[in-house]
Design a protein around this ligand. Structure first.
Ligand SMILES: N[C@@H](CCC(=O)N[C@@H](CS)C(=O)NCC(=O)O)C(=O)O
Length: 314
C-alpha cells in the first residue's frame, strides 16, 4: 500500500507548458504521481486554499508541504529521489543559472509570440487573464505590440534553438550527453509550447532536424505514471498530515529573515498576483518556506524559490 504522506500530488492542467516541464522531470526519475486537474483560469479555490493565494501552474504537494514553481519542484524531486540524478554532469551550478534564462527571457519571448500570433482568436477571458499576468497593466496595448513584433520575437528564440541544433549534431541523445538532465526538461517545455500552440510551430521547427531528434528522445522518456486524485482528496491529505519542512535560516541572510517573522512572497514580476502571507519557517539562498494555517487545510508549509520571488517582511 502506498503511504499518502510521501505521495506526489501534482496540481496542473494538460495544456500547461510549465507543467509539461515537470511531467518530463517525473519521467526522467520514473516516478508515480497523483494528478489533480485544476482550472485553466482563476478562480482556483481548491488550489489557492493550499498555496495561500499562489495561482500559477504547476504546484506540487507532498503531504502538507506545498511546492510552488517548477524550480522549487525540480529541486525537491532531486532531494527526495536523487537517482537517477537531474544533474548527470558536474556543471549543476551552471545548469541552474541557465534555467533562470529558460524560465525568464526565453519563456517570456515565447509567450509573447504565442499570445501575439493568436491575436483576436484568443478567448476573451483567457486573453484578459494571461495578458495581465504576462504583459502587465497595459496588456491590451502590449498584445498589439507583440502582434506587430512577431518576426523579431521569432528571431529571439530562433538563435538559441539554432545553437542547440548545432550542438546536437554530434549525435548525442540529450543536451548534456547520453543521460537526460533537468536542463532537457527546462528547454523542452518551450519547444513543446511552440510546436503545440503556434500554428506555424511545426514548420518552424522542421528547420532544426537535430533538435527534432532530441525532441523525440525527450518525448520517449514519458511522464512516469499518474493516476487521478480529486482536489477534495488532496485537501484532506494536507489537513490530516503535518508538514515536514526543516526549520532555520542560513547564515548571511540578505533580508534579515528570522524564523517566525511574518512575510509575504510573490513572483518578482508585475503579474497582478496575490502575495502569499505566512511566517518564515526556513530560508536559505535558494528556498523560502512559510508556515500557514487555515481550518480548511490545517498546518501547511508553502515552499517558494528565492530566485524570481520577492519576499517582503510585514
Ligand atoms: N516560474 C513559474 C511559471 C509558472 C507559469 O507561469 N505557469 C503558467 C502556465 S504554463 C501559468 O501559471 N499560467 C496561469 C495559470 O495557469 O493560471 C514556474 O516555473 O512554475
Amino acid at each position: 500500500m502506498t503511504d499518502v504522506s510521501s505521495e506526489i500530488i501534482f496540481h496542473a492542467y494538460p495544456q500547461s507548458p510549465v507543467a509539461e516541464k515537470v511531467r518530463v522531470a517525473f519521467g526522467i526519475k520514473g516516478l508515480a504521481w497523483r494528478s489533480v486537474e485544476i482550472p485553466r483560469l482563476p478562480p482556483k479555490p481548491m488550489l489557492t486554499a493550499l498555496t495561500g493565494g499562489y495561482r500559477r501552474t504547476p504546484v506540487m504537494q507532498i503531504g502538507a508541504d506545498i511546492y510552488c514553481d517548477s524550480q522549487c519542484i525540480i529541486r525537491e524531486l532531486e532531494r527526495r529521489y536523487p537517482s537517477p540524478t537531474f544533474m548527470p554532469t558536474s556543471e549543476f551550478g551552471l545548469m541552474w543559472c541557465l534555467s533562470r534564462w529558460t524560465d525568464g527571457a526565453l519563456f517570456d519571448q515565447t509567450v509573447r509570440h504565442i499570445l501575439g500570433s493568436a491575436g483576436d482568436k484568443l478567448d476573451k477571458d483567457f486573453a484578459e487573464d494571461r495578458g495581465r499576468l504576462y504583459l502587465g497593466e497595459n496588456w491590451a496595448e502590449a498584445l498589439k505590440q507583440a502582434h506587430a513584433d512577431l518576426p523579431h520575437l521569432v528571431a529571439q528564440f530562433r538563435a538559441p534553438l539554432s545553437w542547440l541544433n548545432a550542438q546536437m549534431a554530434d549525435g548525442r541523445a540529450f543536451l548534456l550527453g547520453s543521460q537526460p538532465a533537468a536542463i532537457d526538461a527546462q528547454i523542452y517545455f518551450v519547444v513543446w509550447f511552440l510546436r503545440g500552440r503556434w500554428a506555424d510551430g511545426p514548420a518552424f521547427l522542421s528547420a532544426f532536424p537535430e533538435l527534432m531528434r532530441w525532441e523525440e528522445n525527450v518525448r520517449a522518456i514519458g511522464h512516469g505514471s499518474s493516476s487521478a486524485l480529486t482536489p477534495e482528496e488532496a485537501i484532506i491529505i494536507a489537513r490530516d498530515l503535518e508538514p515536514i519542512a526543516q526549520t532555520g535560516v542560513a547564515p548571511h541572510e540578505p533580508q534579515g529573515l528570522e524564523v517566525g517573522m511574518p512575510v509575504s512572497v510573490s513572483p518578482d514580476v508585475n503579474g497582478g498576483e496575490q502575495p502569499v502571507t505566512g511566517t518564515v519557517r526556513f530560508a536559505n539562498a535558494d528556498t523560502i518556506v512559510i508556515d500557514r494555517h487555515t481550518d480548511e487545510v490545517g498546518n501547511v508549509c508553502v515552499h517558494f524559490p528565492r530566485a524570481g520571488y520577492r519576499v517582503e517582511v510585514l
